[in-house]
Design a protein around this ligand. Structure first.
Ligand code: AMP
Ligand code: MG
Length: 414
């Protein structure tokens, strides 16, 4: 039996190697509205206070609080967006809309619902008015000079709104990694083709480009490459030239046509070429010309699970994220499981929240490495540890959360 030249390492060691080798990408300046889900690479301060002028927070009348209730002479209208040049003297009031500046002299707003108006006069029906009522003072929300977003912040919808507020139209962010994705194998044909005997349609390019995109990175479709040294090497070189990361599937086992690893080894450094994990034992991590290369096994579930466990954290780190791992929580098994104790096995499960708050994990059917249906509907992976083969129903294992978790059905129906 031929022996793989690569030592089999533990999952944790593989992750440690990736953490060590992968560095965040350089930062770029981008129009802020394009930076959703990117990581901010600078501190952002507010040059001006927010609101920048004392503003009405209701529709009504600007008055002097000390005047108390009763009739006032109306001096005019102040709507939002400009300065009307009004002044409120004792005994007077101005009609002001929400968001409009408070005219000088006034120190409170009375809501229109608490007034009546007649012949150019307004009657304040409130028994008591306090200075400052219904006025948003200058700087109430943001002080001038305040740090509004710190370096390292993940830019979500609220953060982009804040960048708009403070007029930060261009921001420094960590670049999105561009990932060259290719499927390898003489038997792989594009989905639009009818496979001839011995051929199968490509699944991996579509799962991998999708998970790359969900991670916030940019997939680059390199197509299907046959198990021929020339074309494989040319496509790998093209990927390395055009992308920050190379992501292949297939061709990393021990077959004579498994040419990916030998080529990566010639061109750069293979940091690991076998991991004690199932699925995904031959998963390979190399660095060529300073660029991370991840070679996934060809079985569709192996490719996806290997991406989830090893590649996703790497892409997140490159994009400047500091939280690069999925949340992990204990989960109770809904049924018994038996597995190979020599490997760290990641099984696809549906996780749901029980009434007692604990997660319940139910396998998504047969767990074969080729059965992509086991990923459909999976919102978690349970990690079955080394050294133990049998887990009874009710046993507690570690679960990685891949998506939203609903309530367990029996309780959701109550
Ligand atoms: P390999 O890792 O190249 O030995 O492939 C392992 C298994 O995965 C074989 O049954 C392949 O036919 C299958 N496979 C490889 N690449 C793909 C792909 N892109 N889409 C679907 N199945 C694949
Ligand atoms: Mg192959």
């Amino acid at each position: 039996m031929p022996e793989s030249p690569y030592p089999m390492i533990a999952v944790e060691d593989a992750l440690e190697i990736i953490r060590r080798e992968i560095k965040p990408l350089p930062t770029v300046a981008l129009p802020f509205a394009e930076a959703l889900d990117m990581v901010l690479a600078e501190d952002v301060y507010a040059d001006e206070p927010m609101p920048p002028f004392a503003a009405a927070s209701v529709d009504g009348f600007a008055v002097i609080a000390a005047d108390g209730p009763g009739w006032r002479r109306l001096v005019g209208d102040q709507t939002a967006g400009y300065m009307a040049g009004l002044r409120v003297e004792p005994g007077a009031a101005a009609r002001v809309t929400t968001g409009a500046p408070i005219p000088p002299g006034a120190d409170a707003m009375v809501m229109v619902e608490q007034t009546e108006e007649q012949n150019g006069q307004v009657n304040i029906l409130l028994p008591e008015i306090r200075a400052g009522d219904n006025i948003r003072p200058v700087g109430q929300d943001i002080e001038q000079g305040q740090l509004v977003l710190a370096k390292g912040t993940l830019l979500g919808p609220a953060e982009l709104g804040l960048l708009g507020t403070v007029g930060k139209t261009e921001v420094a962010v960590h670049r999105r990694p561009v990932v060259a994705v290719m499927s390898t194998g003489d038997e792989i044909v594009p989905p639009e083709q009818t496979p001839r005997p011995g051929q199968i349609r490509d699944a991996n390019r579509f799962t991998l480009m999708s998970v790359v995109r969900q991670t916030g990175a940019v997939p680059l479709d390199m197509g299907i490459v046959h198990d021929k040294a020339n074309s494989l090497e040319a496509t790998i070189e093209q990927g390395l030239a055009q992308a920050d990361v190379l992501l292949t599937s297939g061709g990393v086992s021990m077959g004579e046509l498994d040419l990916v690893k030998p080529y990566l080894a010639r061109r750069g450094t293979i940091h690991f070429g076998r991991v004690r994990t199932k699925p995904g034992k031959p998963v390979t991590f190399a660095v060529v010309d300073g660029k991370p290369c991840f070679a996934m096994p060809g079985f569709p579930v192996s490719a996806m699970v290997s991406f989830e466990v090893f590649v996703r954290p790497a892409l997140l780190k490159m994009a400047g994220h500091t939280k690069i791992y999925r949340p992990v929580e204990p989960a109770v098994l809904a049924h018994s499981i038996r597995h190979n104790p020599d490997r760290n096995e990641f099984q696809r499960v549906n996780l749901s929240r029980q009434a007692d708050g604990r997660l319940l994990a139910a396998a998504t059917g047969a767990q074969g490495s080729g059965r992509l249906l086991s990923m459909v509907g999976a919102n978690g992976l349970i990690k079955l540890p080394y050294g133990q083969s049998d887990f009874a129903a009710g046993a507690v294992v570690e679960a990685m959360l891949l998506g939203p978790v609903g309530m367990a059905q029996e309780h959701a129906d109550d």
